[in-house]
Design a protein around this ligand. Structure first.
Ligand code: C2O
Ligand code: CU
Length: 494
């Protein structure tokens, strides 16, 4: 992809260069043997993912599914997802075999309306066990629908199925993905959109934009080295960046009409990459973060961590063909792109001049919903230190730890129903960690999110949530390779 060095209109430095200060992973050495983490291959019986094995050791998993009893009435929407091995065309002549929902990548967009109840039957045609997590869903009184094997349900065995059923909330851009081992990085993911009855912003049209890495080989835990600091368990080197399943050689085209306001739902479904996103020629109003609305804030670009969502509205007032640019931050993988195409314009080489260089900062986000319940002093506070086993006491060097413990050898965090919980997360490592809490949105810096990136080198975030949904809820880094190697705790309450 071309960089923006011929831009004569805008004098500020282009955002097209990734930040160098955040070197997530410069050199990488495959260290499969040392780590001993053989990913199950698709060769049949007994092939069980590493994480699945670990999660199964956790206690108190329910034995079998009690069929959902639709206590809140019949579902308004029913879906069927089949997890299978399939083929993915990422560019002309470039096809890989991977794992898919309903033979599609991204998986089918599940679209429901505010207040509805949804039933989703997940059928497992994979050679190993699986499960589906509904990332962003509150799952009020439905912890058993959360999709974490060994914690909230037994895994779905090959040839078996599981019926998920829950009330959809909160509204906004969410997603679903496998929660077993490294399956997410094979392509088992899709958007889950909960339409607002009465959006706080107006728009004429919308598009969903799913960002992900392109990995032509099977996922496996490797070592991301940082020179003197030794290695950290991490992702394999990626082969590119997919935007709606397409490499930049044949990008997805998003159509707009002059004069429209267009809502773009961005979802970082990547397993190990933070992306910097900008749309040439168009400033964006950020209107939603992880689903819920925020007061619109105008930016020229934003960084989006693994698992995070940002909705942006653009005003289509620059007829032409423009690039939507997606740069992996601190990674060597090539950038990705999609094309913003005005209907009135003939196809032409997309223009790449950015609208400016103002980047979104978390502190710019102001929730539209009331934050009153997070006022006052917390009932329960906890400091969580993110680190690798190799850096601080506790854990082995092939593990990522929270307060020195690597899941599943980690103490649960016991809280009580009704408590205002405050979590201060401090990142002792040089890498970013996008921390995700299941079953709750938390207040962070004035916004309501379910995933927040904690910057490296002693970066801190303070999260507040209300324990209003009893159950066992995963809290983990959404870098899949960090989760897989231990960066997980479970909040427990009944
Ligand atoms: Cu999107 Cu536990 O994850
Ligand atoms: Cu992490």
């Amino acid at each position: 992809m071309k960089t923006n060095n011929n831009d004569s209109v805008h004098s500020k430095p282009p955002m097209t260069e990734p930040l160098e200060s955040q070197s997530d992973s410069k050199s990488r050495i495959t260290r499969r043997a040392v780590l001993g983490v053989g990913l199950a291959t698709a060769t049949g019986a007994g092939a069980t993912g590493y994480a699945a094995t670990r999660y199964l050791r956790a206690e108190s998993a329910p034995e079998s599914q009690e069929h959902p009893e639709s206590t809140d009435g019949d579902p308004d929407q029913q879906y069927h997802l089949t997890a299978t091995i399939g083929e993915l065309d990422v560019a002309p002549g470039e096809t890989i075999e991977t794992w898919l929902y309903n033979d599609q990548y991204p998986g089918p967009e599940l679209r429901v309306e505010e207040g509805e109840r949804v039933q989703i039957t997940v059928e497992n045609d994979l050679p190993e066990e699986t499960s589906v997590h509904w990332h962003g869903m509150a799952l009020k009184d439905a912890n058993e629908m959360d999709g974490v094997p060994g914690v909230t349900q037994p895994p779905i065995e090959p040839s078996d199925e599981f019926v998920y059923e829950f009330d959809v909330a909160p509204t906004g851009t969410h997603w679903y993905h496998s929660h077993v081992g490294l399956q997410l990085d094979r392509g088992l993911l899709g958007p889950l959109i909960v339409e607002e009855a009465d959006p706080h912003v107006e728009y004429d049209r919308e598009h969903t934009i799913v960002l992900d890495e392109y990995l032509a080989s099977e996922p496996e835990v490797t070592s991301e080295g940082m020179g003197m600091m030794g290695g950290f368990p991490g992702a394999p080197p990626y082969d590119g960046t997919l935007v709606n399943g397409k490499l930049p050689s044949e990008p997805d085209t998003l159509t707009v009409m002059e004069g429209e306001r267009v809502r773009l739902r961005f979802l970082n479904a990547g397993s190990a990459t933070t992306y910097r996103v900008a749309i040439a020629g168009h400033p964006m109003e950020i209107t939603h973060a992880d689903g819920p609305g925020v007061e619109p804030v105008e930016v020229d670009g934003f960084d989006i961590g693994m698992g995070e969502r940002f909705d942006a509205i653009i005003t289509a007032n620059e007829p032409g063909t423009w690039e939507i640019q997606v740069h992996p931050l601190g990674e060597e993988a090539p950038a990705g792109r999609a094309t913003l195409q005005y209907e009135e314009t003939d196809d032409e080489e997309p223009r790449d001049e950015l609208s400016g260089s103002q980047l979104l900062d978390y502190s710019d986000l102001r929730a539209v919903d009331s934050l009153d319940q997070y006022d006052g002093s917390p009932d329960y506070t906890i400091d969580l230190d993110l680190s690798s086993g190799g850096m601080m006491g506790g854990g082995d060097e092939d593990e990522w730890t929270i307060n020195g413990q690597a899941y599943p050898d980690a103490d649960p965090l016991r809280i009580e129903e009704g408590e205002h919980v405050q979590v201060q997360v401090t990142n002792h490592s040089p890498m970013r960690h996008p921390m995700h809490l299941h079953g709750h949105h938390f207040e962070v810096d004035g916004a309501l999110q379910d995933t927040v990136t904690v910057p490296g080198h002693m970066g801190q975030r303070t999260l507040n949530f209300v324990a209003d949904n009893p159950g066992d809820w995963f809290f983990h880094c959404h870098n899949l390779y960090h989760m897989e190697t231990g960066m997980v705790r479970v909040f427990e309450y009944d």
